[in-house]
Design a protein around this ligand. Structure first.
Ligand SMILES: NC(=O)c1ccc[n+]([C@@H]2O[C@H](COP(=O)([O-])OP(=O)(O)OC[C@H]3O[C@@H](n4cnc5c(N)ncnc54)[C@H](OP(=O)(O)O)[C@@H]3O)[C@@H](O)[C@H]2O)c1
Length: 360
């Protein structure tokens, strides 16, 4: 059996179990985002936590990042984690550091990152952690980050594209790009491109496979009707924050797939995989104020905590089962099938060329 076949598990009838929000959206396209988010959490995500059945990887939705990396020695490896100052990113840093990885936190808010760093250092006093400022919505900030990282003269084994925003009102970035698309996709596209040579060289010289891990979301299932609005990417008219988030997460997966194929063609020892972390209690909708508080309070009973939310990220970054596995989409540490629009190679190539043209 091929490696891919080993890891692919069926989607639990997900095809027939759309998220409740999409059903609602069809009837009521202007429902309020908080209502949408609550309903958007698919039954699969919530009920998954209650299941503890066997899976190809041996891990379940309730497995934590610590559990899925137990016994793995990451010392000698260097990883960059974006959006490392909170939520899934902060937990990912903590667990990578526990496994001996030297972590570079790419963050917009260095003082928040410093607090995370101090907490980690209390647990692991010998931890190697750097903080470098990074605003993914600004292409000049991405370039500065790469310059600052290269000044450290470190190798790079693992790149974790985790930072993200969700369901924000329409806004253009300083480069004039719609904010979800700029932050979630384009900034990471540029970051990956600028670091790729370093990752390839590190893999070649060390003989250790490089890994790019892209934190996407099952929201990729709900982009605009045309998938990516190439002709209207920055248009306020027709803007919908839920679909804009879905579009950016679809872009994450298309980027992962296309990058994986290109690296395979080059015979580079670097694997690329995307993932959905599950429905996780974080501050991702902090701009909702009171409703975010309510969601976090109720979410504690039915959603994943960050310990579980970071599991698939850390699994893809470190686990030996992932060696040689590339171009897949993982949920709960298992590869799952994607919907057809996310494996459309024509769309992925078009997005690649479009992203390059936006960066010129
Ligand atoms: N939570 C879920 O249920 C869920 C579900 C599916 C997918 N995801 C994905 O998981 C990833 C992590 O999200 P989370 O849930 O952990 O939320 P979170 O706690 O809000 O973390 C997001 C991180 O991204 C950072 N970030 C936002 N905009 C940035 C920018 N322009 N430049 C650099 N960093 C930026 C944030 O930094 P600041 O602190 O400075 O804002 C924060 O550290 C996201 O990609 C999200 O789409 C989450």
């Amino acid at each position: 059996m091929s490696k891919k076949a080993l890891f692919v598990r069926p989607t639990d009838g997900d095809e027939h179990q759309p998220c409740l929000c999409s059903a609602l959206l069809l009837k009521k396209p202007r429902c309020s985002p908080p209502v949408c988010l609550c309903l958007r959490l698919s039954l699969n995500d919530m009920l998954g936590l209650l299941r503890r059945r066997s899976s190809p990887s041996g891990f379940s939705p309730s497995s934590t990042a610590k559990e899925v990396t137990a016994g793995i020695d990451g010392s000698g490896l260097v990883a960059i984690v974006t959006g490392a100052s909170s939520g899934i990113g902060a937990e990912t840093c903590r667990v990578l550091v526990l496994r001996g990885v030297h972590v570079i936190m790419g963050v917009r808010n260095p003082s928040a990152a410093e607090r995370v760093r101090e907490e980690i250092l209390e647990q692991v006093p010998t931890a190697k952690i750097h903080i470098i400022q990074l605003d993914l919505s600004s292409m000049s900030s991405v370039r500065r980050f790469v310059h600052d990282f290269c000044a450290l003269d470190l190798p790079l084994n693992i790149l974790i594209n985790n930072a993200g925003i969700a369901f924000v009102p329409f806004k253009l970035s300083e480069d004039g790009i719609e904010l979800h698309f700029a932050t979630n996709h384009l900034g990471h596209f540029l970051l990956t491109d600028l670091l790729l040579e370093k990752i390839k060289v590190t893999a070649k010289e060390s003989g250790i496979e490089g890994r790019v891990v892209i934190v996407a979301s099952d929201s990729y299932k709900h982009p605009y009707r045309e998938g990516i609005r190439f002709d209207k990417i920055n248009d306020k008219s027709g803007y919908n924050s839920i679909l804009a988030y879905g579009q950016s997460k679809l872009a994450n997966i298309l980027h992962s797939n296309e990058l994986s194929s290109r690296l395979k063609e080059q015979d580079a020892k670097v694997v690329v995989n995307a993932l959905h972390p599950g429905a996780v209690v974080t501050n991702i909708v902090r701009h909702w104020g009171f409703l975010n508080g309510l969601l976090c309070t109720l979410g504690k009973f039915i959603l994943k905590g960050v310990e579980q939310g970071a599991a698939t990220v850390c699994y893809l970054a470190l686990h030996p089962q992932v060696a040689g596995v590339t171009g897949n989409y993982f949920v709960d540490c298992n590869a799952v099938e994607l919907k057809s629009h996310a494996i459309d190679t024509g769309l992925a190539k078009r997005l690649w060329d479009f992203s390059v043209s936006l960066l010129r």
